[in-house]
Write a protein that binds this ligand. Sequence first.
Ligand code: DGJ
Length: 692
Amino acid sequence: MIAFDEPTGTWVLSTPASSYALRRGEDGPRHVYWGPRLPPERIARLPVRARARDEIIGDELPGEGGERFGLAALRLAFADGTRAVDWVHSGHEIDGGHLVIRLSDRHHPVRLELHYRVHEDTDVLERWAVLRHTGTDEPVAVERFDAAAWTLPPRPDYRRSHVTGEWSAEFQLHRAPVAHGETTIVTRQGTARHQSNPWLMVDTGEATEEHGEVWSVALAWSGTWRITTRRTPGDDLVITAGAGHDGTVRRLDPGTEIRTPPCLGLYSRGGFGETSRRWHSFVRQHILPRPDEPRPVLYNSWEGTWFDVNEATVRELATAAASLGVELFVLDDGWFAGRTTDAAGLGDWWPDPDRFPHGLGPLIAEVHRLGMRFGLWVEPEMVNPDSDLYRAHPDWVLHMPHRPRTEIRNQLVLNFARPDVVTWAHTWLDRLLRDNAVDFLKWDMNRPFTEAGWPAGPDPQRLWFAHTEGVYTILDRLRADHPRLRMETCASGGGRVDLGILRRTDQAWTSDNTDPVDRIAIQHGFSQLYPALIMGSWASQSPNPLNNRPTPLRFRMHVAMAGVLGISGDLRTWSTVDIAEAATLIAQYKQIRPIVQHGHLYRLTPTDHDVTAVQYVTDDRAESVVLIWRRFSRPSRATRPLRLAGLDPAATYTTPDGSHHGGDVLLHHGIDPDLPPGDHASTLVRLRRSGS
Ligand code: DGJ
């Protein structure tokens, strides 16, 4: 709901449990309030905190000019050398939950629209901005154009939470005080990548998993991005977030406009746990294309075969996977022309004639006959120099004249800002899907941008944005034209997981690290914003191919069952005992899948405890699943009861063995984890409300 109080010029945006307010000002709207829901008429009477001691603060999208010494979320350079903006309010519109505020520069021909959207079923509010050149003469240089700046109330002990990491160690949760001055998390690599992820949470220094105020912002964008916190000496805090990084200056030509991707914001009083659950609900309700569909149990060939695939091997693996109860068989890298190592083949997207002499058709038919769907790995944005495509089109890659073309994993990046490259990629993908009954694509992206140039391009820096838009265009068209198609986002593991790509994919590959011990922390960080419904997790080989750690199959499976369960590894070498156990656990996963994938997540412990656990509870609190993992066993430490969450205290819950537990006892005292002795022990507890 959006209300406008005419006498004070205050817009109040109300969500079920929060309010956000801003007020019309002489030179653009100023922030008034973001916190627990209050009656709009009371918020309208609140004063604007428009100045800190020595400067103007609280702009909804600060530019340069006047006593503004903070970071400009909108940084323009006009042809006459002017950098300051001078806005005048030129109107607003409210259409249901959508507010647009229009500003015009008093002298230069630019107009700015600030957009806000609220929904009735979520506290997440959406913001974006549009900048238009209304003149006919010189272009304007757009040096920074964030989607939103978020002003928080002054508090003495602000703390920030975000994820950092690297390949195979993505989503490591990091929590530290907000420094005075400016702190930026940024990627300059072309996609979100592994080093960070485009979201940030801020609390008052005392929030826990269960309690405390948390403000969080997230970008729905898959290209490079920046999120900056600015804490003034007086402890005012502004978070500004948007697409692009330093140096990605775009030209705004007369008659054209630039629209930012959305930046989403959420205020919650229930600590980090409730913050995550609200984001999870939002992702399900407003981001994912098909949120209600259960995600299938998949098998992926990568850790079973690496590049060594051929029709006979794949048939054997498919037979074994089907016997486990797998529902989706994914043929990973190595199926296309010349792809026997990572040194060749990318760009030549037809089945390798030596290894798949009959094409993919008979194989797909066999996978379908076995009762599974068929998925295929692709990496459309990439080319190996050793490929027919590159030999024909060396100018299609990102490059700069007189500079080396840096190869990473022996590959170069195709310039998806070029319409001809986008048409080429869409054409072969569309044909692949028309000619073959492919049900699922895993879209990978295995290297960052380097020498990101487009010598003949109209506006070279624009490629940083247009490349991502090109990817989105193809994904959107494929989904529209092939309604049965489901997709997985992947970039060397979890290098492209964000709310922008998730609008057009169904799940994400979380990390190339399938070691269950490492995976617990990766999944913990992933779950801060993203729901289990999209978190691809494989139980793979032991010892793990990456770090050589041996772990029992049950532990590997129980960790993977916390998300979208998958299997990888060479099933031909698995013992009959392991095959039988995997089949039993897959069958069990299918029973608990609705609770895990569509329930509410409670992280019961920090990840540095010896015993860690997550719990999922259905909306009506009738069913719950607890996954408990002990990474390392220490003889001196007795196992403590594990307090559960989210249950109905007045109800009685029953476990499959028939024992009864009061909801209040489970919440306040807990359950005995009852883990077998030793390292890498795990268990799954299922609870059903008696009478449900
Ligand atoms: C990186 C992905 O994360 C892996 O799962 C696998 O698909 C390889 N690429 C294949 O090259």
